[in-house]
Design a protein around this ligand. Structure first.
Ligand code: C5P
Length: 240
């Protein structure tokens, strides 16, 4: 049963689970934020879409033996997860240039990266989540060199699975952000969410942007876009 509120973030609320101290309930909110909270809005139904999309993606990754915090979707907006201590790193994998890398390094949008690029950012709102290198990460977090290598390997393996999943849904996986957390015994597992809020997804045929960039850039209807992603994943047998 849902217990007291532990934490409220920009996109989710986190609740204790009564009589299951090693589990949490994530409740997805309707809020959308971009540019580190500088642009904000609310979209009726967004929490449901991100919960259902994330649940499908994590179920698919579970089938492919990716260890994660995810247990099950409980209802339209909530999911049950293992409690982890989040490592304050945002691990971004890029298959195609878009977003911050185009501005930071002057790389033209749509440039393909082979092999994919893995970047790490320090998850710290007050600093606007700066990009960091591995040695920064050892200083700023409790991850060891070996663990960071493993995290990056996991991120690249997850990328391979997600490319396949989204391709079957007629979508190109441009880039995405992952977070990892530690279980009570110290094991590092995939955590947080994987949704159109945290991935860039382009229609394979038209190249149309079908992710949070519709909100960031004000170029489309967020709910219709996320609904389309869920529908395509539902039609896709490889996500079942
Ligand atoms: O902004 P940037 O281009 O670095 O984002 C790369 C990927 O990571 C995008 O898919 C974006 O949605 C995701 N991201 C995220 N949360 C952040 C920063 C980036 O989900 N705080």
């Amino acid at each position: 049963m849902k217990g007291s509120l532990l934490y409220e973030g920009k996109a989710k609320k986190v609740y204790h689970v009564t009589d299951q101290p090693e589990r949490l309930i994530l409740s997805y909110k309707n809020d959308a934020t971009a540019f580190n909270g500088k642009k904000k809005d609310q979209f009726e139904g967004k929490g449901r879409l991100n919960n259902l999309i994330t649940s499908r993606v994590f179920d698919y990754l579970k089938l492919h033996h990716i260890p994660s915090h995810f247990i099950e979707a409980l209802n339209d907006t909530e999911q049950l997860v293992e409690k982890t201590t989040i490592i304050p790193l945002e691990v971004v994998v890029r298959n195609v240039a878009a977003g911050s890398i185009t501005r930071r390094l002057g790389i033209e949008e749509k440039t393909t990266f082979t092999p994919p690029i893995v970047e790490i950012f320090y998850k710290k709102d007050e600093l606007d989540d700066p990009i960091i290198n591995d040695v920064h990460a050892y200083h700023l977090t409790d991850v060891s060199e070996q663990e960071l290598t493993r995290i990056k390997e996991m991120a690249l393996t997850i990328n391979e699975h997600l490319i396949e999943l989204f391709k079957e849904a007629g979508l190109q996986l441009v880039d995405f952000k992952l977070e990892f957390g530690r279980l009570k015994d110290g094991t590092i597992v995939l955590a947080d969410e994987i949704s159109p809020d945290t991935c860039r997804l382009w229609d394979l045929e038209s190249g149309q942007k079908l992710d949070k960039d519709v909100f960031r850039e004000g170029i489309g209807n967020l709910i219709e876009t996320y609904e389309l992603i869920l529908q395509r994943l539902e039609e896709n047998t490889c996500a079942k």
